[in-house]
Design a binder for this molecule. Structure first.
Ligand code: CTP
Length: 215
């Protein structure tokens, strides 16, 4: 039983004007199943911070956000009291520099949209992690996957990194199933391709192992 579990899920949505936005193909499925599995195992109270998605779990404290900046504020509010933090959200790395309050009219053949970097929420909380907190991140890589993932594990001070190798055979974001690697500072484990529901269960098994508690 954990004192409190924090899960982020879904995409973030970064508005450009009243009808347009920047986002990604995250379905929120893995985050949803992570919350559902935590509840059915009775692992502890779950705070679920989610970008816009159709998949919202029951029996959780639900915090709905749109932008990366809103997600950051919500995570920072709940982070200190959380024993396990699982950052499954696909946060937009960039947002539009400017929000256009009126719908943008079409103009020339080419236009340029200037983007600015969003805060890296996981990096920020990794730096603030205290003893006893377990921090789990996700990575989506297409090349040099282990080198890049290992760097992320260290840079973000993670206890566990769920590495998605994105390819045609494993689109990960859109699909029902997923094939991942679980990276810990002391080693890598390859999981077979499985449903996102089963994957959520395997991730909790690994977290229980890290915490030294039976799953
Ligand atoms: N993440 C975050 N805040 C961001 C971007 C990512 O908290 N602004 C978290 C995600 O929730 C996920 C992990 O970091 O757990 C994903 O990192 P990923 O997007 O794969 O890699 P990046 O760190 O963004 O690096 P790059 O895009 O260069 O691969």
């Amino acid at each position: 039983m954990f004192r409190k579990i924090l899960i982020t899920s879904g995409p973030t949505v970064e508005p450009i004007d009243p009808v347009r936005f920047l986002s990604n193909r995250s379905s929120g499925k893995t985050g949803y199943h992570l919350a559902a599995e935590a509840r059915s195992r009775g692992l502890g109270p779950v705070t679920f911070i989610s970008g816009p998605t159709a998949l919202l779990p029951d029996e959780v404290e639900l915090v709905q956000v749109e932008t990366a900046q809103e997600m950051r504020a919500a995570v920072l509010e709940h982070f200190r009291r959380s024993e396990v933090i699982v950052m499954a959200a696909a946060v937009s790395d960039y947002r539009s520099v400017k929000y256009y309050p009126e719908k943008m009219k079409k103009g020339g053949e080419r236009i340029t949209l200037e983007l600015v970097k969003n805060p890296d929420i996981l990096l920020e909380i990794g730096a603030r992690k205290r003893k006893g907190q377990i921090l789990v991140g996700f990575a989506a890589e297409t090349e040099d996957i282990f080198v890049n993932a290992q760097k992320k594990l260290l840079a973000k001070n993670l206890d566990l990194l769920v590495l998605n190798e994105i390819s045609e055979a494993n689109p990960a974001f859109a699909g029902e199933d997923n094939q991942v690697f679980l990276l810990r500072p002391d080693g890598v484990r390859r999981l077979e391709k499985m449903s996102k529901e089963r994957l959520a269960a395997r991730i909790w098994d690994e977290i229980a192992r890290l915490a030294g508690r039976p799953a």
